[in-house]
Design a protein around this ligand. Structure first.
Ligand code: ADP
Length: 647
């Protein structure tokens, strides 16, 4: 846009412009002082001769102007012209020669005008040349014989030859140009269109191969006859390499995309993104909450997601014939059961999570359900925010295998329970035999007391009470077995371990006496209250005491001592049953608590395994060891009852 203030200036502004112009001129004359001195001297000499002689030397002012023009500056020429006019005027005043003065003034004016025009033209040309040098492209002009006539800075940088080296050389010989079309064809194209563009190969000065994108224009003279070719080229060697790298990478990606066993989907989610941004615009702040309140939106988003590409694995996995069966809206393969997973993935994408993984149920083209592990991956470039990659791994069969495994485990657990039930059934004799033996012995004793000539009613009552106690115990054992068969949890209540020990010993009193066993009780005064099933703990104690008694009954010599102690450490209550028998047989030590482990001729090997399972079911521990008296010591612990309110 032209600023009109340059054309309409006030007098003050004119003064300012002239002042600055004078200042610039003066400064430049200082920059070239010799030229200024020469111009001034010449002008003075011409003036002196012109004034002193009748010779027409004033025409030599034109020479002075030409010298001033060598500075290449307009203002020099104008100043010199003014000086010449002034000096001519002075000569005229001195000689009073009117016609000569007019001719001189006109001559000076014409010369000044021509020089100024020439200067303007040169300046324009040099500006053009400077611009040509500024361009990064190589620009070269050849005549019709291929001789280089012009060679810019870009060409120097690209090919390595300086302008002096290149100008005058035959372009084809210098650059070893390899054209994509024959020279005749190229000439024909240039003559017809005046223009040609294409890629060509050349060599630089150091022999390096260059791939150039070149544009050739036919130059014509003022009569439209072809006079040369303007060739503009830029180096695309590296771009070619980069393009090649991209092509290779694309091929590699395509190969992986197609050959991998994982199903890969490329989806366009631009419509979903737009829809979500509309929601935000409408004031939705929490997208998760919005999805919960508007489940239909998930279905809408699924239908807005467009499948752009899928690989071969996807075609196989989804039972498609070609990939075209799967391209388009994603809805057909995404059933309602998979919507939750889609919503989670959508939220992850909105939060710009680069990777998100979850399981989902999709469906094949034929409507078969597919359990998949699917991963969403956002491309790293922000520009690709509208594209998303899904990779799906079919886990239908592994899910089936997992379900089958769970079912097998359930069956196994049931079978195990049945096995232990079998064991228990087999051990009913073992467990119930003791109370039955007690019932028999006490019943017979009661009868004996009553059949006496003088029946001893008191003694009979004691025997019958013991009989009732044994019967109750037998009944409880049977009840416990039934509970186990029904897989009932033990009736865990708060028990005083000391009381349990004492109650169990009452039931075993006869056995201990019959075997002449000395009993030592060491019950802790802190009364450990454990959480356990009363009858089952009694069963354990009775089993362990009976085992100890049997072990000691084999020892004919020596003491038969049974020590039973209780203790607590605050978290568990412990019972220790120690005997002076032969100790544990090393052959069975490692599998002592395994069913059917026995060293006894009539033994069933079930007592300790029952003890172990009872204690384990109550959350306790049981172990066996040797004691200081070479006998065995069995220890079991049960968790302390923490809830005092249960009583
Ligand atoms: P059973 O009494 O029918 O053999 P148990 O499971 O009760 O079955 O005992 C398994 C084995 O453990 C016994 O055969 C015996 O060898 C050993 N055992 C158990 N208690 C003691 C003990 N107090 N002293 C030595 N060995 C014992």
């Amino acid at each position: 846009m032209i600023d009109s203030t340059h054309f309409f200036k006030g007098p003050q502004q004119h003064v300012g412009v002239w002042t600055s112009w004078l200042a610039v001129t003066f400064r430049r004359s200082i920059e070239s002082p010799w030229l200024a001195v020469v111009v001034l001297l010449l002008a003075i000499i011409i003036f002196v001769i012109d004034t002193q002689t009748p010779q027409p030397v004033a025409v030599l002012y034109a020479a002075v102007l030409l010298v001033a023009a060598r500075s290449g500056r307009r203002e020099w020429v104008i100043w010199t012209s003014l000086l010449s006019v002034i000096l001519t005027l002075l000569s005229y005043i001195a000689q009073n020669d009117g016609p000569r003065f007019a001719i001189r003034i006109v001559a000076i004016g014409i010369v000044t005008f021509l020089i100024l025009r020439n200067l303007a033209a040169s300046r324009f040309l040099s500006e053009q040349a400077r611009l040509l040098d500024q361009t990064h492209d190589s620009v070269c002009v050849c005549d019709l014989n291929g001789v280089i006539t012009s060679w810019n800075r870009g060409a120097e940088l690209l090919f390595g030859w300086s302008s002096e080296e290149a100008c005058g050389a035959i372009s084809q010989d210098l650059l070893k140009t390899d054209l994509p079309v024959s020279r005749d064809d190229l000439t024909a194209i240039l003559l017809e269109n005046g223009y040609w563009e294409g890629e060509l190969l050349s060599r630089s000065k150091d022999g390096k191969a260059l791939t150039l994108n070149s544009r050739w224009s036919l130059l014509r003279d003022e009569r439209s006859r072809p006079k040369g070719i303007l060739k503009t080229s830029n180096d695309i060697t590296h771009r070619e390499e980069a393009d090649e790298a991209v092509r290779r990478s694309e091929t590699r990606y395509r190969t992986i995309f197609q050959t991998t066993g994982v199903s890969i989907w490329e989806c366009d989610i631009s419509a979903v993104r737009r829809r979500i941004s509309d929601l935000y615009y409408e004031g939705v702040v929490d997208l998760r909450k919005y999805l919960l309140e508007n489940p239909n939106f998930v279905r809408e988003a699924i239908d807005l997601t467009r499948v752009v590409d899928v690989n071969d694995a996807t075609i196989r996995m989804f039972g498609a014939r070609t990939k075209w069966d799967l391209l388009g809206p994603m809805g057909p393969v995404w059933p309602v059961v998979g919507e939750q997973a889609f919503a989670e993935a959508m939220l992850a994408v909105c939060e710009n999570q680069p990777i998100f993984e979850t399981e989902a149920t999709l469906q094949t083209i034929d409507g078969l359900r597919l359990d998949v592990l699917f991963t969403t991956a956002l491309p790293p470039e922000a520009a690709s925010r509208e594209t998303i990659f899904l990779s799906l791994v079919d886990i239908t069969s592994s899910n089936r295998a997992r379900l089958a495994l769970q079912s097998a485990q359930a069956d196994l657990a049931h079978a195990t329970r049945l096995t232990s039930l079998d064991e228990l059934t087999a051990s009913i004799a073992h467990e119930v035999n003791q109370p039955l033996a007690g019932i028999l012995a006490n019943g017979q004793a009661g009868l004996r007391w009553l059949r006496r000539d003088t029946p001893d009613i008191e003694a009979a009552i004691v025997s019958l009470e013991k009989l009732v106690g044994d019967a109750k115990r037998a009944s409880s054992v049977i009840g416990g077995i039934q509970a186990l068969a029904r897989n009932e949890a033990p009736k865990q209540v708060r028990l005083d371990l000391n009381d349990i020990v004492r109650e169990s010993l009452v039931l075993l009193d006869g056995d201990l006496k019959r075997c002449s066993i000395e009993l030592f009780l060491d019950l802790t005064s802190s009364r450990p209250h454990v959480r356990a099933d009363r009858i089952q703990v009694q069963q354990v104690i009775i089993n362990l005491v009976v085992n100890a008694a049997q072990a000691m009954s084999d020892t004919h010599d020596g003491l038969r001592r049974l020590r039973i102690s209780t203790s607590t450490d605050g978290s568990a209550g412990t019972v220790k049953i120690s005997d002076t028998g032969p100790g544990i047989d090393s052959n069975v030590r490692s599998r002592l608590f395994t069913a059917f482990t026995t060293t006894k001729i009539n033994g069933m090997g079930l007592g300790l395994s029952i003890c172990a399972s009872i204690i384990a079911r109550q959350g306790g521990r049981i172990s066996a060891d040797s004691n200081d008296e070479n006998g065995a010591v069995f220890t079991f612990s049960l968790p302390i009852h923490e809830d005092e309110n249960e009583f």
